[in-house]
Design a protein around this ligand. Structure first.
Ligand SMILES: C[S@@+](CC[C@H](N)C(=O)[O-])C[C@H]1O[C@@H](n2cnc3c(N)ncnc32)[C@H](O)[C@@H]1O
Length: 269
């Protein structure tokens, strides 16, 4: 008889994971007591983290809609996908063109398990369980090659994920690995936590909870460091801004933007 334990993913219920804590901030149900406890510790140090999470999802939606509807992108690689929620990348992009292909990549096994249940069966999407700190196996993965043609423009998304990569793990190098495979007309879109001018204590305390408890630490980076992730890309308007300021649906939606200490941008190669 096969040993069931060897095929059951290790969900690491003993330690909080970024994917499940983020699910909790967004009001999702795919999290465990250990995640809720750490997330509550983050929220008591920085209650605005719930708003950051919602604003991040809103930016993701606006950026994907821009890439599909205005930049004409028909293939997306979404690195650090997170648990399925409202407005997933394939839903936003396929509302523009149903033939758009999307490859999701995440290293948390719970993401793959849930994404499989949600993905359309029409062969336009795939989910790869992999660690982005090693981009080679992702770029060579057969599911990626089935859906992504690197001779055509591609959008690579790193939404709220590169702050889980320490400097010594070379976040710049791993973004460049995807850039170097993509043709002109390709895009990079990302969001990243930054040190706020006010409320530095809350942001630092929130990052400290990840460092002490979660499966990945969280690294606050300066605007200059985040801008450097776009080396080889030209930023589209409005450049590198706080989440609510990136092409808001209404001018009022961008009010008090700098209290949301996460920066974002979209770049074109
Ligand atoms: C805060 S969530 C962001 C989810 C989604 N991109 C969004 O913006 O709504 C971060 C995600 O990155 C994933 N992640 C963290 N480190 C990773 C790594 N080294 N490789 C792949 N995925 C990673 C986590 O599992 C989690 O699902």
């Amino acid at each position: 008889m096969p040993d069931e334990r060897s095929t059951t993913p290790d969900l690491r219920t003993d330690r909080p994971t970024p994917a499940r804590m983020y699910d909790y901030y967004l009001g999702g149900k795919d999290n465990f007591a250990v995640d809720r406890d750490a997330a509550e510790q983050v929220l008591s140090a920085a209650p605005e983290v719930r708003i950051l999470a919602r604003e991040n999802r809103a930016f993701l939606g606006r950026a994907v809609r821009y890439l599909a509807a205005e930049a004409g992108i028909r293939q997306f690689i979404d690195i650090g996908t997170g648990l399925p929620t409202q407005g997933n990348v394939h839903e936003v992009a396929q509302a523009v063109d149903p033939s758009t292909r999307v490859v999701y990549v995440d290293n948390d096994p719970i993401v793959r398990a849930h994404a499989h249940a949600l993905l359309p069966a029409d062969g336009t999407t795939a989910v790869i369980e992999a660690d982005m700190r090693d981009p080679g196996p992702i770029l060579d993965h057969p599911d990626l090659h089935r859906l992504i043609d690197f001779d055509e423009p591609v959008a690579v998304l790193f939404m709220s994920v590169l702050h889980f990569i320490a400097d010594e793990e070379d976040p710049y190098g791993l973004v460049a690995a995807f850039r170097d495979r993509s043709v002109p007309g390709s895009h990079l879109a990302l969001s990243h936590i930054t040190s706020p001018e006010q409320n530095t204590d809350g942001a630092t305390a929130a990052a400290d909870v990840y460092k002490a408890r979660a499966t990945s630490p969280a690294v606050l980076r300066t605007p200059k460091e985040i801008g450097s992730l776009f080396d080889g890309y030209e930023l589209v308007d409005p450049g590198l801004v706080f989440l609510p300021q990136w092409r808001p649906d209404t001018p009022a939606a961008a009010a008090n933007a700098d209290s949301v200490w996460m920066l974002c941008a979209v770049g074109r190669r």
